[in-house]
Design a protein around this ligand. Structure first.
Ligand code: GLC
Length: 545
């Protein structure tokens, strides 16, 4: 039951859905997804009925004018739409249509770098004395002509590229086409904060902020120390050094705090930052926005935890325990940079994780296709589109595999495009697609849809406190979600064998991985047999206690 007196900000009730615009829906047959395509498919996400997915907010990966070296993350103009995606008029229609359906729209904010084709950098590299020079990070070669220090780009090779004309190196955490902005320069800060204001004025509801941990580097440019755990046979070459000086220097909190200050100029906004951090790092970053509790750093940890009920329980207990009263947790299972969860964990475990994500307290972030159980694409060298990681070898690094087009049907090009898709569809699209899964009562899509609507309708799930309990079986993770108006009991079997567990109170079985809507019947205290990788949710009947 929902308590009508309660007022919550939207992000405490929503599920956030990430669209990688190039791959979601192509309206003009050029093989690339675009804004018109997204508009045409919005009803899938939320048409106001229980037949649609029911998400509350959408985050779009970058749609701005771009050099397309990193597919949008190399921005040429922060306040213009790339023609590949459409026009500003299309954007305005999209925003209107999103709002009409009661959803919110978050854009990607990329503060760490611009494209090397951005007018700021074009100016900056004209001469050492150019007024825009200090908007980027420049350093002289060492006396022997070598690089200023040993910092390594996340995409392989050094973080420095020599600008021949002016004889200095410029810094880039990612590709050489993505020079890093100098956030110590007040003019840069002011200009980049204006970018936020531009889109807020246009009507967006918030942002996902890219790569925040890279924003502030050591001013003295000291060498990073070698990484003692580095093994050339198995580690990424970019991890040969510990990123002590090239990443996350003091002052990051202040910067993120300044983004929040701008967002707080408008009502009902929200900011998520991309930061791959452990619990203490996340806690610190939550603190960045103490003045306005409208920010959360993404919690990516569920992606990589060891597979065990106990490890998950411990992590979630600790994460929950680290949060302040105004901090809103979140859980991510994948994105456009990671292997697909259904491939990494397998279908059954992915289904259990979806169940976990949707029943925990906090904002679930769903990457397009996860709700279908979509698996990795298979990308040959000729089909490869992500050049950024080419210098770093290894199958785990291929990001194209999770960027394949959204399969709307099992038909021609999965209904994504009339033309030739920019990336091939994942081979499993005949089995995992919207049209088919909408008809299958037990599909992954049906599971997501049921849980998303349940979250909205059931107060303990939407808003209740989280508390894990010792269920007496180490393979089963059991937790309670409790609100003033009700209580739910969630149990997840992490083993691939049947496990038994006892229910301590009387509850109605209302959701499950194996029987999506449960059986709707009250179950009294007694033993429950959970199948391999089965999750179940019971709503406890307090009045019968
Ligand atoms: C973030 C993005 C990634 C991009 C990088 C550089 O990690 O998620 O796709 O390549 O930043 O902007």
């Amino acid at each position: 039951m929902v308590n009508p007196k309660r007022h919550d900000p939207w992000y405490r009730k929503a599920v956030l859905y990430q669209i990688y615009p190039l791959s979601w829906a192509d309206s003009n047959g050029d093989g690339y997804g675009d804004l018109r395509g997204i508009i045409e498919r919005l009803d899938y996400l939320n048409d106001g009925t229980a037949g649609s997915l029911g998400v509350g907010a959408i985050w779009l990966s970058p749609i701005y004018r771009s050099g397309l070296a990193d597919w949008g993350y190399d921005i040429i103009d922060h306040c213009a739409i790339d023609p590949l995606f459409g026009t500003m008029a299309d954007f305005d229609v999209l925003l209107r249509e999103v709002h009409k359906r009661g959803m919110r729209l978050l854009l990607d904010y990329v503060p760490n770098h611009t494209s090397s084709k951005h007018s700021w950098f074009v100016e900056a590299r004209k001469s050492r004395g150019n007024p825009k020079r200090d908007w980027y990070i420049w350093a002289d070669p060492k006396p022997d002509g070598s690089m200023p220090n040993n910092w390594l780009s996340r995409f392989g090779g050094p973080m420095w590229t020599l600008d021949d004309a002016t004889g200095q190196y410029y810094l880039h955490t990612f590709l050489a086409d993505q020079p890093d902005l100098n956030w110590r320069n007040p003019e840069v800060r002011a200009a980049m904060l204006e970018v936020l204001r531009f889109w807020l004025r246009r009507g967006v509801d918030g942002f996902r902020t890219d790569a925040v941990t890279a924003l502030i580097k050591d001013q003295a440019l000291r060498n990073d120390p070698p990484n003692p755990d580095f093994d050339p046979a198995t580690s990424l070459p970019s991890l040969a050094n510990l990123r002590i000086y090239s990443n996350v220097q003091g002052g990051l909190g202040g910067l993120v705090g300044s983004f929040c200050d701008v967002l707080a100029e408008k009502e009902d906004t929200f900011l998520l930052s991309e930061a791959y951090l452990n619990i203490s790092g996340l806690k610190e970053l939550y603190g960045a926005c103490e003045r306005h509790p409208i920010h959360a750093p993404f919690n990516f940890n569920l992606i990589t935890l060891d597979w065990s009920a106990e490890v998950y329980r411990q992590f979630i207990d600790e994460y929950e325990g680290s949060l302040g009263p105004n901090d809103w947790p979140n859980y991510v299972l994948g994105n456009h940079d990671k292997q697909r969860i259904a491939t990494r964990r397998g279908q059954k475990r992915a289904r259990l994780l979806a169940f976990l994500q949707m029943t925990l307290r906090g904002l679930p972030v769903v990457y397009a296709g996860e709700e279908l159980g979509l698996e990795n694409g298979v990308i040959s060298t000729t089909n490869e589109r992500d050049i950024s990681l080419r210098k770093l070898q290894g199958p785990l690094l291929k990001r194209d595999v999770s960027r394949t087009p959204m399969p709307w049907s099992g038909g021609y090009n999965g209904g994504f495009s009339e033309g030739s898709p920019w990336l091939p569809l994942s081979p499993d699209y005949a089995m995992h697609n919207v049209e088919l899964e909408e008809r299958q009562p037990e599909s992954m899509l049906a599971l997501y849809r049921h849980l998303i609507h349940l979250r909205a309708a059931c107060e303990p799930l939407a808003d209740g406190a989280y508390r894990s309990i010792a269920g007496g079986n180490p393979d089963v993770f059991v937790f309670i979600r409790e609100a003033p108006w009700g209580k739910c009991y969630v149990m997840l079997n992490f083993a691939n064998t049947e496990q038994r567990i006892s229910l301590r109170e009387i509850g109605i079985w209302i959701a499950g991985t194996h029987l999506i809507e449960g059986d709707g019947q009250p179950h009294d205290q007694g033993e429950i047999r959970l199948k391999a990788y089965e999750g179940r949710l019971y709503e406890l009947m307090r009045t019968l206690k």
